[in-house]
Write a protein that binds this ligand. Sequence first.
Ligand code: AMP
Length: 425
Amino acid sequence: MQTIDNYKFAGKKAIVRVDFNVPLDENGKITDDTRIRGALPTLKKVLADGGALIIMSHMGKPKGKVNPKMSLKQIVDAVSKALGAPVKFAPDCANASAEAAALKAGEVLMLENLRFYPEEEGKPVGIEKDDPNYDAAKKEMKAKQKEFAKKLASYADCYIMDAFGTAHRSHASTAVIADYFDVDSKMLGYLMEKEVKAVDNVLNNINRPFVAIMGGSKVSTKIGIIENLMTKVDKLILCGGMTYTFAKANGGTVGSSICEEDKLDLALNIQELAKKNNVELVLGSDSVVTNAFDFGSMSLKPGAQVKVCASGAIEDGFEGLDAGPESQKKFADAIKGAKTILWNGPAGVFECDDFTAGSKAIANAIAAATKEGAFSLIGGGDSVACINKFGLADQVSYISTGGGALLEAIEGKTLPGVAAIRDAK
Ligand code: AMP
């Protein structure tokens, strides 16, 4: 398999799929440039070795149509500044042969938003799945997607996939394009290599004890991951909103807490599965509850009562929004001594300062265990937001840049963006 460290970029053009889907404010200014910074090591490597760069990305969801609000032209200056090199812009990603051909060593060209073309995602437009002509339209679009990918590939001598955030999608630029390069001319970028290694550390190359912490709002969206982790972890902490589905399934009362009534059997199955696999399941025993929370403004309403009670004995009209002090201690104790840690999903409504304590207890325990030599992987938008909010980002081993991609990888699914390079013959 080719690697970015072995490939000779001198005099070559590299087309690099990055994830520059950065958030912009109403004036088109970047509000968080993490994704641009994440791609820099790969981009700089190509330039330093005497190659030319063709950068491609999507931004937002333009659904196959040109939308100036999602134009990558808005970020050209920021990318240029971050790279320390001028960046040319090709306003039509599917017709950039002339601009690409004119590129010299050390020069950079950025293509316009790939998703201005429906071919990028390869989904037929303007036709519903139940339409009798859907399959034919899909086939036609897949053929067009190949042509689009072939065109992108024609701009360059080699292909680098470095967009972990979209690696779970089989799009023209993330996977299909790889078919048009021979095995020695396609490779993963540094960011992808780091992400893949981090996932490998928690799925295959495990140092024990391995403690996973799954939180967030619902058990139903995490079930694939929970099931896959059952055969791998030593301890599994389940927290956040899913606490109440478990509490109810075990005969408790949960007031108006978030609870998936149709998933009570699932909760009991998970408990059984844990027993069968010898996994210590850690559930929150107490909760911080309130009778007046506004999810719109993410704040308590005036006059709200806030108190601590058992997670399975919540009065009518009250809802559990955070782990209580006893649960916090239970979670911290379970994390102590771990050698591998995975955290996805907060333990409470951490967006509101009144309900951050559970997530904070977890984050602090992870930082302490990391200091003692554990490998800790934090993934999924909200747990990353938690770690950043608590100022602990530099005290964990790895923070994943991929939301959906990371979750699918941990579920044990093969990511098309990785397979396109790794499984290439
Ligand atoms: P998820 O997208 O499933 O990872 O869920 C993240 C969201 O779960 C965050 O926005 C939290 O505010 C929310 N959350 C965590 N704990 C609770 C809870 N006890 N009740 C309601 N929402 C919660």
